[in-house]
Design a protein around this ligand. Structure first.
Ligand SMILES: Cc1cc2nc3c(=O)[nH]c(=O)nc-3n(C[C@H](O)[C@H](O)[C@H](O)COP(=O)(O)OP(=O)(O)OC[C@H]3O[C@@H](n4cnc5c(N)ncnc54)[C@H](O)[C@@H]3O)c2cc1C
Length: 387
């Protein structure tokens, strides 16, 4: 067990930190207020390799590990939680295409995705299928050398502004043998395909610097060659993507909580009440100590789960679910405590705390709610005959 960063890791962590400080942090508040999705800045992040962090170098990716990706996302999210979180989703999609796609698909889509020329959305959730994603109803019917898609997706991050949709759709009816999760396939759908349309940009509590929209498929015809893998493999690709996706989102919670902790640490020393700085009150010192402790525990869980995923450990899914649950809960609590330590000023938009609280709240809900993380963890634990 070695807790030191390698010199390579130190270098890309520094690059990500510089990018977050220069390109993200100064704009995060205005992007949030104006609901602006900073596509140009995301493409500048791609110039540093951050749109294909763990994608195959043959497709223009950096070929780094999940632990490396967690370190990078932790830095980016210190600048802007929402932009970093979208970059994580793009990385998840890019990995799915470059990891499970065939040579032709990698050649056609790989470089465009890793270079950020094309941005991607991950399309699993439907109006009637959220936590129970395997109940999805969007259908992809084979028609000669094409598939015809009909159905709708809900809550799709980046939708309306991205070029590529990675869509999970049903190729086998649920009533047929092999329905449910086994009847789902994954497709690369260009967003400009006739028959694909988008709902309104949802009004959200946070994550305002990226759009979230429904997607409607009405006889949207795509070449059969855009199916990734075999029919029926799609749900397993979607879940493999999410194992890493959950750590990515958890890493964005770590970075945001670190920024909130830093702000609280500074504020306690600057603000005076009752003739003393707030930092002199032991009750508040203990709060700071607890925040730092919870954050460090969350960080170690995320790094550990990432290293298990890198090793292909059979317990990786268990640890990814536990780390996502713990880190997103703990980091929301750290951000909320940091707001409280700022008193009334924490509630004002002049300070970043209220935005941080709004932005990390959704990390407890998406990429599998934290109730579903408990369900996965419990299922994996009970599969074992002994602990
Ligand atoms: C801002 C935002 C962005 C998103 N981006 C994407 C995206 O890019 N792509 C995508 O595919 N999806 C995306 N999602 C969807 C997200 O993954 C779902 O919202 C989430 O999986 C929960 O589904 P649901 O909203 O339908 O809630 P439901 O599944 O209806 O759950 C409602 C409540 O019941 C609980 N619950 C459900 N089943 C159980 C159970 N068996 N045991 C205990 N508790 C249970 C849940 O935890 C939750 O508290 C996004 C969501 C949001 C809010």
């Amino acid at each position: 067990m070695n807790f030191e960063l390698t010199s390579d890791q130190q270098a890309f962590v520094q690059t990500a930190r510089d990018f977050a400080e220069k390109e993200l942090a100064p704009n995060a508040a205005s992007w949030d207020a104006e609901h602006h999705f900073p596509v140009d800045v995301i493409r500048r992040a791609a110039h540093l390799g951050f749109c294909g962090i763990y994608a195959d170098p043959d497709c223009g990716g950096l070929g780094l590990s999940r632990l490396d990706a967690a370190l990078i996302f932790e830095q980016l999210s210190q600048g802007c939680t929402t932009t970093a979180a979208y970059i994580t989703i793009h990385n998840m999609c890019t990995w799915m295409v470059t990891r499970f796609g065939n040579a032709e698909q990698k050649a056609q889509f790989g470089d465009k995705l890793t270079s950020g020329e094309w941005l991607a959305s991950y399309c699993l959730t439907e109006p009637g299928a959220g936590s129970d994603a395997a109940a999805l109803k969007t259908r992809a019917e084979r028609n000669g050398d094409a598939y015809v898609l009909n159905g709708s997706k809900m809550f799709i991050s980046g939708a309306g502004a991205t070029e590529i949709l990675v869509v999970m759709a049903r190729t086998t009816d649920t009533s047929e043998k092999g329905g449910g999760a086994k009847g789902i396939s994954t497709f690369i759908v260009p967003a400009n395909t006739p028959g694909v349309s988008f709902g309104k940009n949802e009004e959200k509590m946070g994550w305002n610097a990226q759009p979230t929209r429904a997607i409607i498929f009405e006889n949207a015809r795509i070449p059969a060659s855009f199916r990734i893998g075999a029919e029926g493999q799609g749900f397993s690709f979607a879940m493999k993507g999410l194992d890493g996706g959950r750590l990515n989102i958890a890493s964005c919670s770590l970075g945001t909580a670190q920024a909130a902790l830093r702000a609280a640490h500074r504020y306690l020393q600057e603000r005076k009440q009752f003739g003393k700085s707030l930092a002199e009150f032991q009750a508040l010192q203990f709060r700071l100590a607890d925040m730092a402790t919870e954050l460090q525990a969350a960080r170690l869980m995320v790094y550990h789960a990432a290293s298990l995923l890198d090793r292909g450990d059979s317990d990786a899914t268990l640890h990814c679910a536990m780390a996502k649950r713990f880190a997103t809960d703990a980091c929301f609590s750290v951000c909320n405590e940091a707001l409280q330590l700022h008193g009334g000023y924490g509630y004002l938009r002049d300070f970043p705390l209220e935005r941080m609280v709004r932005d990390v709240r959704v990390h407890q809900i998406l990429e599998g709610t934290n109730e579903i993380m408990r369900l996965i963890a419990a299922r994996k634990l009970l599969e074992k005959s002994d602990l």
